[in-house]
Design a protein around this ligand. Structure first.
Ligand code: ADP
Length: 407
């Protein structure tokens, strides 16, 4: 049943309707100083089955809008005191109602001057008297539906945010768990490694060839497991730790990474061709260097037997980004593997053929993410690979936050 809120001195304010059984209904606010016109509009739109709230003045409407959300306002233009336009202007000034649709109700004789003024105040429509019931109902029902849909979207969005919060927490707990497990696994592993080495050194005379072979296998398996755990720990650390970002000259980071890859370059007699790099990126130097070491060492490692590695490095600058490319002449990668190689433990080859743990590119991807960047690859089997990293330019962060929390 529609409720009328009086306009006299003793009138109570319109009451927002939000009880449980009316949860699905939305509020429609009708503002007119004349009770007969209010009743006429109310009769027409009652069929929509929503909560109709009536106000007899602009002030009363504004008071109601302070506390309650409405789907649409039907606002009479000619009212004593605050007229419809002044009321609309005040409605628009408030954050809560700045986007609430307003339909002006006006007499045909006023149309000329009213229409343009009303639209400039953000009216969504005009209804001229005498009101055609079907037209009014249809127009109001459009806004009712729109409001309901918006409400649904808001509620879905809230649920989604809540879910994201829960997932982030679970993720952090899992990462903490992985970290402590990996950390704790290293102690017994070191004991296995130490004792099997002692066996080989101190009891070599007492072990026959098979015994020595078994002990050697224990040593190499324990070493491999230690490598895996160490890489996993570094991935976990990269995900969890706070890193401070700032401007880093790319050339300096690359020089440092190349220095770390020097033994591999020498061993393979590799050729490194580096373009002049003058760009700076917004990054963490240590994390960036480690990322480049991973990419460079892969480009030196995944090369067919007998082929001398040749690695080309260059940059391209966008408005907001610097893209660094590392191109090799290696064995290449089929496009169906482009995504999966960036995941933890994903490898395309046996460790006998190409040693490794399968965590390097996961680290590269996590590092890029933590520094607000992206990574990708373009490659074809037997035609080399080009791995690229895009990082923000420092100019995009003139006074921005300079750290990235874990997660
Ligand atoms: P790892 O190097 O320890 O195997 P990564 O995570 O660095 O692990 O790489 C994952 C897989 O992606 C590698 O095992 C290899 O199959 C493929 N890959 C990475 N870099 C290259 C490259 N430059 N050329 C060809 N394959 C590559």
């Amino acid at each position: 049943m529609p409720r009328e809120q009086g306009g006299g001195a003793e009138a109570t304010d319109p009451v927002p309707v939000d009880s449980q059984d009316q949860e699905e209904k939305v509020n429609i606010l009708v503002v007119d100083d004349r009770p007969d016109k209010l009743l006429a509009v109310e009769t027409i739109i009652a069929e929509l089955g929503q909560n109709i709230v009536k106000a007899r003045s602009g002030q009363e409407a504004l008071r109601f809008l302070l506390q309650t959300d409405v789907a649409v306002i039907l606002l009479d233009v000619n009212m004593p005191g605050l007229d419809g336009f002044e009321t609309a202007a005040l409605i628009r000034q408030r954050k809560k109602s700045e986007h609430t649709p307003i339909i002006f109700l006006t007499a045909v004789s006023d149309t000329e001057t009213h229409v343009s003024r009303g639209y400039s105040l953000g009216a969504v429509d005009y209804i001229l008297a005498p009101v055609l019931p079907d037209v009014l109902r249809t127009k109001v029902s459009v806004f009712v539906e729109l409001h309901k849909k918006n409400r649904q979207i808001r509620s879905l969005n809230e649920q989604l945010q809540k879910r994201i919060g829960q997932l982030t927490e679970t993720n952090q707990a899992l990462e903490a768990f992985t970290y402590s497990i990996a950390h704790d696994l290293r102690a017994p592993l070191r004991a296995m490694l130490g004792f099997s080495r002692a066996l080989l050194e101190d009891y070599a005379g007492k072990l026959d060839a098979s015994g020595q072979e078994f002990a050697n296998r224990i040593v190499s398996s324990a070493k491999r497991m230690d490598d895996l755990i160490q890489d996993l720990l570094s991935y976990s650390r990269l995900s969890r730790e706070q890193i401070n970002l700032g401007p880093v000259p790319l050339e300096a980071a690359l020089d440092e990474a190349l220095k770390q890859c020097e033994p591999q370059v020498r061993e393979k007699d590799a050729e490194i061709r580096m373009a002049d790099l003058h760009s700076e990126v917004w990054a963490h130097k240590g994390v960036l260097v480690q990322m480049l070491v991973n990419l460079l060492s892969n480009s030196l490692k995944f090369v067919a037997t007998g082929v001398k590695p040749c690695v080309r490095i260059w940059t391209e600058e966008g408005d907001a980004w610097v893209r660094l490319s590392i191109q090799d002449n290696g064995i290449g990668i089929a496009s169906e593997h482009y995504e999966r190689i960036f995941r933890v433990f994903e490898r395309l080859h046996s460790t006998e053929k190409f040693p490794g743990t399968g965590i390097g590119l996961a680290n590269v991807s996590k590092a890029a993410e933590r520094m607000g960047g992206r990574v990708g690859v373009e490659s074809q089997p037997n035609h080399g690979s080009r791995f690229w990293v895009e990082l923000p330019r420092p100019s995009v962060h003139p006074h921005g936050s300079n750290s990235a929390g874990g997660g």
